[in-house]
Ligand binder design. Structure first.
Ligand SMILES: [Zn+2]
Length: 294
């Protein structure tokens, strides 16, 4: 991000915090519901600052408690998508803040010398946003032309089996497909396979039930919800903006996406959901805070 853009971001964050909008949002929207925060690969110092700030505002709950009744205090569940190898460095922060996060793993990437497709140099060359919008088979063909084969072992960008083992006492590992395609760009059989086999692979890896799912890139529709239900998941997290409680549809759980490198003030602003809501609105997501689907 260039310096001008960063300054504007910081200024807008200050506006939300200093004018009391952040506080009002907590009182009117968050209330005692659960904010499911979505990170990817933050560094430990940043996450430590965020959680130090957050614990003054709310209780930390595991994702599995989303449907439990609130007790008048705001709640937050911390989630991470993809299973980046950098997540292993966060373990001391989880322990320090007594938080049990959920990490949604790409089950055929972690534990092997494989890379998430968008982290491969070939994907950078081809252009991420363009690739995301392609039909899955075409995307894989294009990536192959740039040297990326999803089943080829090359270099690891995900957590190793040893790291997952060490973390599993403090972290809830769940499913995020096998290879992270955009599900809405997959055929029926690709979609069912990515959702269903991911569950089995996580269960084989962790030796315990895998019951929760997160849609890659936030793309989902009725078909994806149907496959998630048929596979036996109890819930699925989206990238739609919002807070959850016992009335929430468990297969459309909303989230608040947090920038991995947000300053504490930007973090406070992002907790309002407003920056994400405006971002989606600009991209055609509509007034209900829905991730702009394609
Ligand atoms: Zn993801």
């Amino acid at each position: 991000m260039n310096r001008g853009k960063a300054l504007i971001k910081e200024f807008l964050a200050a506006l939300l915090v200093l004018t009391g909008v952040a506080r009002a949002t907590r009182a009117w929207l968050w209330r005692d519901r659960v904010a499911i925060l979505l990170y990817h690969d933050p560094d430990p110092a940043t996450l430590d600052r965020h959680l130090t700030y957050l614990r003054k505002l709310c209780d930390f709950v595991p994702l599995t408690d989303v449907a439990a009744p609130g007790r008048g205090r705001a709640r937050a569940a911390i989630t991470f998508d993809d299973g980046h190898k950098g997540n292993a460095k966060l373990l001391p922060i989880f322990i320090k803040h007594k938080v049990r996060p959920t990490i949604f793993l790409c089950s055929s990437i972690v534990g092997r010398a494989r890379s998430h497709w968008w982290l491969h140099p070939g994907s950078l060359e081809a252009g991420h946003e363009r690739l995301k919008r392609m039909r899955n088979a075409e995307r894989l063909t294009e990536l192959a032309a740039h040297g990326y084969h999803q089943e080829a072992d090359n270099f690891a960008t995900g957590l190793s089996i040893e790291q997952i083992d060490v973390m599993s006492a403090h972290v809830d590992f769940q499913a995020h497909t096998r290879f992270h395609p955009v599900l809405t760009r997959c055929s029926d059989s690709e979609c069912a396979d990515e959702i269903g086999r991911s569950k089995h692979e996580i269960e084989a890896l962790l030796h315990c039930a895998c019951e929760h799912f997160a849609y890659p890139n936030g793309n989902y529709g009725d078909r994806e919800i149907g496959f998630a239900k048929a596979a036996g998941y109890k819930s699925a997290r989206t990238c739609d903006v919002g807070w959850s409680d016992h009335r929430s549809d468990p297969y459309r759980l909303p989230a608040i996406i947090i920038d991995d490198s947000a300053s504490t003030r930007q973090f406070a602003a992002q907790l309002t959901g407003i920056p994400l809501f405006l971002h989606y609105l600009k991209k055609g997501g509509g007034w209900r805070g829905r991730f702009p689907q394609f």
